[in-house]
Design a binder for this molecule. Structure first.
Ligand SMILES: Nc1ncnc2c1ncn2[C@@H]1O[C@H](COP(=O)(O)OP(=O)(O)OP(=O)(O)O)[C@@H](O)[C@H]1O
Length: 403
């Protein structure tokens, strides 16, 4: 900087010091003395010419621009999350426009959380897309949705407020995320799909600011649901080996959560989903008094799920869903869906191979296709289960669940 200033002074038309001095009050006095000694006296007294003023302004502008872009470039280079933040901001602004949120001022941190917003109108999942979980759905409607939709009936009582925390727990692929999305859709809630990594993969201090932003954003956008999938991954039991930042973030998350409870007009619900409820911190469990066990589907539930998956597909009359449901013990809803997809693909493959030109191309032509799809899925499940057992050192059937 000093070099630039000296260069300015000794350039073909050196600026008079009475103009330059206010701009360089940051120069240290030894430099200034040196500069003064070297500038001819007539240059100090001489009035400033028009061209000199323009030249000086031009140089100062260039200097300012170079300094600004250099500092900006350095800050961007130092902050590896900068690009992510800019993208998140763009995404958030787009989503906010989509959900019709106007005149709500968001902080930088709230903006990065807003990138995880899901518009209830654009959400496709409704209760109709969930099979075999009617009891859970009825209870959810009564305990969570009703108090929000019929607020006037519940206003007088603190006891009748919707729960601030709801836990969905059970094995993977059995519909926990589906239920959370359908709840938001049916209740008309804004849905913040919070990935734990959004809070945990940050620099020291950032996580706490983001955690605070989750709650403040949810309050600004209420009624809203903060959905935390795999909630155990960042709100697991606290231990002495926890990193200081993690421990602070957990404590802060809980105190922000308590803040929701004190304001009983606040319509923010935290919905967590986990496959490992036993790993959750007991303080977190206490904050989620409404719990739903979404278990592996029973035979009857499997039949209902199969019916729903195949509802709009062309299925051969010989396919017996009850038989398939019997043979698919231990399959989750997601396994059943994958199995049906496999069966459909096998049909297409079969069709292509035999060059069958019948117009019913997706109809089942090989009577054993459903058996093939079932055994393929069983095989792949057993490979995954064995790998999981090896990884965890546990028997895959052993799962302690909250009762
Ligand atoms: N009860 C169900 N009815 C209809 N489809 C289901 C059901 N359960 C699971 N599925 C199918 O399985 C897919 C995965 O379900 P979902 O994501 O809700 O599982 P999850 O329990 O949240 O799993 P994870 O714990 O792995 O996140 C769904 O998109 C859906 O296609």
């Amino acid at each position: 900087m000093r070099f630039l200033f000296v260069a300015l002074l000794f350039s073909p038309s050196p600026p008079p010091l009475r103009v330059a001095l206010p701009c360089v009050h940051f120069l240290s006095s030894p430099t200034l003395t040196m500069v003064l000694r070297e500038v001819p006296a007539e240059n100090i007294a001489r009035p400033l010419g028009r061209n000199e003023v323009i030249g000086l302004l031009f140089r100062l502008t260039i200097f300012g621009a170079v300094t600004y872009f250099t500092i900006k470039w350095m800050v961007d280079a130092i902050d590896p999350t900068r690009k992510q933040k800019v993208e998140a901001q763009k995404q958030a602004e787009k989503l906010m426009r989509q959900i019709g949120v106007k005149n709500v001022k968001l902080s930088e941190y709230e903006m990065s959380i807003a990138a995880h917003l899901v518009d209830p109108l654009s959400m496709q999942i409704t209760w109709r897309d969930i099979a075999g979980l009617d009891e859970v759905i009825t209870e959810l409607k009564e305990t969570v949705i009703l108090p929000v939709q019929k607020r006037h009936l519940f206003q007088g009582s603190r006891l009748l407020q919707p729960p601030k925390g709801v836990l969905l727990y059970g094995p993977p692929g059995c519909g926990k995320t589906l239920i959370a999305k359908a709840t938001a859709k049916e209740a008309g809630f804004r849905f913040i799909n919070l990935q734990p990594s959004t809070l945990t993969d940050k620099w020291y201090g950032e996580s706490q600011k983001l955690a605070a932003a989750v709650f403040s954003l949810a309050v600004k956008l209420q009624p809203s649901i903060i959905f935390v999938d795999e909630i155990d991954s960042f709100l697991r039991s606290r231990s002495s080996s926890d990193h200081e930042a993690t421990a602070m973030m957990k404590a802060q998350f809980m105190s922000l959560w308590d803040g929701l409870d004190t304001d009983h007009h606040c319509q923010v619900i935290i919905m967590g989903a986990t496959n490992r409820p036993q790993d959750l911190d007991s303080a977190i469990l206490r904050r989620m008094p409404t719990r739903f066990h979404i278990n592996q589907p029973s035979m009857r539930q499997r039949e209902q799920i199969l019916k729903l998956i195949l509802e709009n597909e062309s299925v051969d009359l010989s396919v017996d869903l009850v038989d398939i449901a019997k043979e698919t013990d231990g399959f989750s809803g997601s396994d059943l869906r994958e199995m049906c997809r496999d069966a459909a693909l096998l049909c297409v493959r079969d069709f292509v191979h035999t060059q069958n030109d019948s117009s019913s191309g997706l109809h089942k032509s090989d009577p054993s296709i459903d058996q093939k799809a079932i055994s393929k899925m069983k095989k792949s499940k057993s490979v995954v289960d064995t790998a999981l057992c090896r990884c965890s050192g546990l028997n895959s059937n052993t799962q302690t669940l909250i009762t």
